[in-house]
Design a protein around this ligand. Structure first.
Ligand SMILES: NC(=O)C1=CN([C@@H]2O[C@H](COP(=O)(O)OP(=O)(O)OC[C@H]3O[C@@H](n4cnc5c(N)ncnc54)[C@H](OP(=O)(O)O)[C@@H]3O)[C@@H](O)[C@H]2O)C=CC1
Ligand SMILES: N[C@@H](CC=O)C(=O)O
Ligand code: NA
Length: 441
């Protein structure tokens, strides 16, 4: 007898998942033992790219998570509700969970993992970060002997696709976003992609696994790519940088404190072109992890789209099916509590401390539009100097709309000092606009 799978959602990822499950040839033999039992959707009439018996489809999602025949529930609905409630209900009914939903895991992960631990079931989420790239399970298992220093990556396919086409073709933001939606990369509400929220969900999940603690999702500084224009891309290029939306988690050196403090942030970043992440283009994602003693490890592949994401979903289903096959589910500890494989399950007790962004040291790129007055560069330099912000380069780049354009790149400075200097500069007569501020790696 096979393992019955209940699928919640039959959109981009759900349909990709069905396509793999219906075509097991030349894949792992265990795939032949999986059976799509029920599929939950919002609309029964919608045309689908996959064929399923009509009796399989339902709009009653609760009936799937309570179905006694189903062993594994796959949640590929997206959004917070009803996803969270359905996952919790499925767990309460003894189902193992596979999910691609980073929004729900980054906000309700601990509630879900605690419920799973109490019920003795697994919640696997490889598809939630980096789409088809194996990064969650490697962090949980293959790298678990390491003390992780940093996790840094391009973890949103939609924005990387948009930035790449803006850089390579000078394409307009809105037109490229439409293409990303057509290709199935973007979230149902693409604001989550464009404003960096999806990447923040993902770096929260990666940081939680890397540092073994809960992450307050609201403490993550998050900026998206709406303010990136062709001008910034072109100046960055001339200065030797590519602009990428990065998710960054790093352990801060705090010798006086017994507890680690982390920096976790998402923002567009000027990356030196020689950096390993700078040439990661289109929908590709890459995650660079630094651990002790492994050193740097980089994971690269397609971060969104039906096939790549379904690859991760179905691999998680197979991992659970393998446990079921050898009877490694439903095991008990001596006190009768459920026993889960500690490398596959993820439950954390304490919150990690996250440093506010103002306290971090960073390099900045800033573009000013000014009146073309003598001495203006000197006054900008003095204001930075007043706040101990040392400058790497100051270039009068040319004229735009009757204003002189001045581009400054700083050395590494505290964000707070940089912002104070910027406020001082904005008050200088002759400064028309601070046209752009970006961080530099
Ligand atoms: N697309 C991608 O490349 C990736 C997506 N993900 C994640 O995978 C998940 C799914 O994404 P994706 O497939 O793109 O999303 P889609 O919007 O394409 O599909 C969502 C599916 O869920 C169904 N659905 C949504 N809400 C309800 C509801 N309230 N009741 C019943 N059915 C519902 C929809 O039904 P109907 O079809 O009837 O409208 C649809 O079939 C999300 O969490 C996303 O973040 C993760 C990695 C990559
Ligand atoms: N919208 C997301 C989908 C995958 O997680 C992205 O663009 O990366
Ligand atoms: Na992944």
């Amino acid at each position: 007898m096979g393992f019955k799978v209940g699928l919640l959602g039959l959109g981009t990822v759900g349909a990709g998942t069905v396509q793999i499950l219906q075509n097991p040839a030349q894949r792992h033999p265990l795939l032949k033992e999986l059976e799509i039992h029920r599929v939950g959707v919002r609309s029964l009439d919608k045309p689908r790219p996959v064929e399923l018996p009509a009796s399989c489809l339902t709009t009653d999602l609760e009936s799937i998570v309570t179905d006694p025949e189903i062993a594994i529930v796959v949640e590929v609905l997206g959004g917070l509700e009803p996803a969270r409630t359905l996952i919790l209900s499925a767990i309460a009914h003894g189902k193992h969970i596979v999910t691609a939903n980073k929004a729900v895991i980054s906000r309700f992960g601990e509630e879900i993992f605690q419920a799973a631990a109490a019920a003795g079931v697994y919640v696997l989420l490889e598809a939630a970060v980096g789409g088809g790239i194996p990064v969650i399970e490697p962090l949980k298992q293959s790298l678990c002997s390491n003390r992780i220093q940093s996790v840094m990556g391009i973890i949103n396919g939609t924005t990387n696709y948009i930035l790449t086409r803006m850089q390579q073709e000078g394409a307009e933001f809105d037109a490229v976003l439409d293409d990303a939606q057509q290709l199935g990369y973007a979230e149902a509400d693409p604001t989550a992609d464009v404003d960096g929220l999806d990447a923040a969900d993902k770096i929260a999940i990666l940081a939680s696994l890397a540092y073994g603690g809960k992450i307050d999702r609201d403490a993550i500084h998050c900026e998206g790519i709406r303010q990136i224009t062709a001008t910034e891309i072109s100046y960055a290029d001339k200065l030797g940088y590519s602009i990428k939306l990065l998710g960054i988690a790093d352990r801060l050196e705090t010798p006086d404190s017994a507890e680690d403090t982390l920096q976790i942030r998402v923002h567009p970043t000027l990356l030196p072109k020689a950096h390993p992440l700078a040439s990661v283009n289109d929908v590709f994602n890459a995650i660079l992890i630094e651990g002790d003693p492994v050193g740097q490890v980089m994971f690269f592949g397609r971060g969104a789209g039906a096939g790549p994401t379904a690859s991760a979903v179905v691999s998680d289903i197979l991992n659970i099916a393998a446990l079921l096959k050898v009877g490694r589910d439903g095991m008990k500890q001596s006190d009768g509590k459920p026993l889960l494989d500690p490398l596959l399950a993820c439950e954390h007790q304490d919150y990690c401390a996250i440093a506010p962004i103002e306290t971090l040291n960073m390099r900045f790129y800033v573009r000013f539009l000014t009146q073309d007055n003598p001495g203006i560069i000197g006054r900008i330099g003095t204001s930075f100097g007043d706040q101990n912000v040392s400058l790497e380069s100051v270039v009068q780049a040319g004229m735009r709309d009757g204003h002189a354009e001045i581009v400054v790149v700083t050395h590494e400075v505290p964000e707070g000092s940089f912002r104070q200097a910027l406020a001082q500069i904005e008050a200088i007569p002759g400064i028309a606009q601070v046209a752009s501020v970006l961080r530099v790696l």
